[in-house]
Write a protein that binds this ligand. Structure first.
Ligand SMILES: *Cc1c(COP(=O)(O)O)cnc(C)c1O
Length: 362
């Protein structure tokens, strides 16, 4: 028991990874994304589980995140997707990290190491935005090995938009030009979670890069088909009740008196706040599971404390556990529900869980 903690299920993590592997088949390698501390599930622990399950590649955003994996004994190949800063380049070779290259001028700067070239096929963020011919010339001009060719989609859950198809077309033009020039990278990858879950099979090529699906989530999209497989949330989020008390009708609660008791009520003050990552936007909006039922958040979420209505559960007392993500009796709530209530996205709720929150692996 702690004041605020998350429970991470190694079994569910392994099951999600294997379900994805099975769904894409043996000819497609699965490179799980463990950036942002594995979406706050703990990169070192998650990497240990996934590599034991057979993951040969892991993807992170930064060189720092790659070094973190190496320091924790992760021997798998590691792709740095989010750009390598000039002063970080010597670390690539030293720690056997593989960069995604986003600028043709960088091919000559990284030295003789294998690299993945990222094409900006229309997302307008990272990746090379050059003509197929310029790309072929730059690849041919350097001895470094083009090991992978990749792109990333901006709107892959949205089946009412032509953007993904247009991106595939742009990407294929680069790939064909490279192939005509005698360059056939070993790995070709485009798909993150959504094109795997809402299958866009032609984007799978021979590698996929699922992140959030590994942790049990995906994004339902516009006019999207049914998800290809079932994944389950890996993380449960709990907190302890610090104080229970009765308050009278008409009492103001918390900062700014954002809530006034509509009736006599029993409240619980919880050991969780926005410093733990509970979105402040859940003030007066969100719910927390207590005593087997959703209990409304009353007033402002404060830095270290949050107040809920537990009039329905008179047996609850200080030291009892409430559930932010997970299940309590018949009641269930996941990061997607919290995100909807807070007006944000599932990714941001998970990544927002702060370092103060203890992690327990079960
Ligand atoms: C984060 C990221 C992914 C994984 O995205 P999910 O939606 O979590 O599956 C894949 N590729 C790139 C380039 C990314 O930045």
């Amino acid at each position: 028991m702690m004041r605020c903690w998350v429970e991470i299920s190694r079994e569910r993590l392994a099951a999600n990874f294997q379900a994805i592997r099975k769904a894409v088949g043996e000819s497609v390698a699965v490179m799980p994304v463990v950036k942002a501390d594995a979406y706050r599930h703990g990169a070192a622990e998650v990497a240990a589980v996934l590599t034991a399950e057979g993951a040969e590649w892991l993807a992170v955003s930064s060189v720092d995140e790659g070094l973190h994996l190496r320091r924790h004994g992760v021997a798998a190949r590691v792709l740095i997707m989010g750009g390598v800063l000039p002063w970080e380049r010597p670390l690539l070779k030293e720690f056997e990290l593989t960069p995604a290259i986003h600028d043709l001028a960088d091919i000559g700067a990284i030295g003789d190491i294998p690299y993945h070239l990222k094409v900006d096929s229309g997302m307008g963020r990272l990746g090379v935005r050059a003509t197929p011919r310029e790309i072929v010339e730059a690849v041919a001009a350097h001895p470094a090995t083009l090991e992978g060719l990749m792109t990333h989609f901006a709107s892959s859950a949205d089946f009412s938009s032509p953007q993904t198809d247009l991106q595939v077309e742009t990407f294929e033009a680069v790939r064909e030009a490279l192939s005509a020039g005698g360059h056939s990278p070993r790995y070709v990858h485009m798909a993150s979670t959504n094109p795997v879950m809402l299958p866009r099979r032609h984007t799978w090529q021979n590698m996929v890069r699922p992140g959030i699906a590994v942790y049990g989530y995906w994004t339902p999209g516009k006019e999207a088909p049914r998800p290809l497989l079932e994944v389950k949330p890996v993380l449960a989020w709990k907190a302890s009740i610090v104080l229970v008390k009765e308050i009278e009708r008409g009492s103001p609660l918390g900062y700014g008196a954002m809530y006034w008791a509509q009736r006599d009520m029993r409240i619980a003050v919880l050991g969780i706040g926005y410093a733990d990552g509970l979105p402040h936007k859940l003030s007066n909006r969100g719910r927390i599971l207590a005593g087997g039922r959703p209990a409304p958040i009353l007033g402002a979420v404060s830095m270290d404390l949050t107040t809920i209505d537990i009039t329905h559960a008179p047996h609850l007392k200080a030291g009892d556990t409430v559930t932010i993500i997970g299940s309590d009796g018949d009641a269930q709530q996941d990061a997607r529900h919290l995100a909807r209530a807070a007006g944000t996205i599932t990714y941001a709720v998970l990544c927002g869980i702060s370092s103060r929150v203890k992690r327990v692996y079960v």
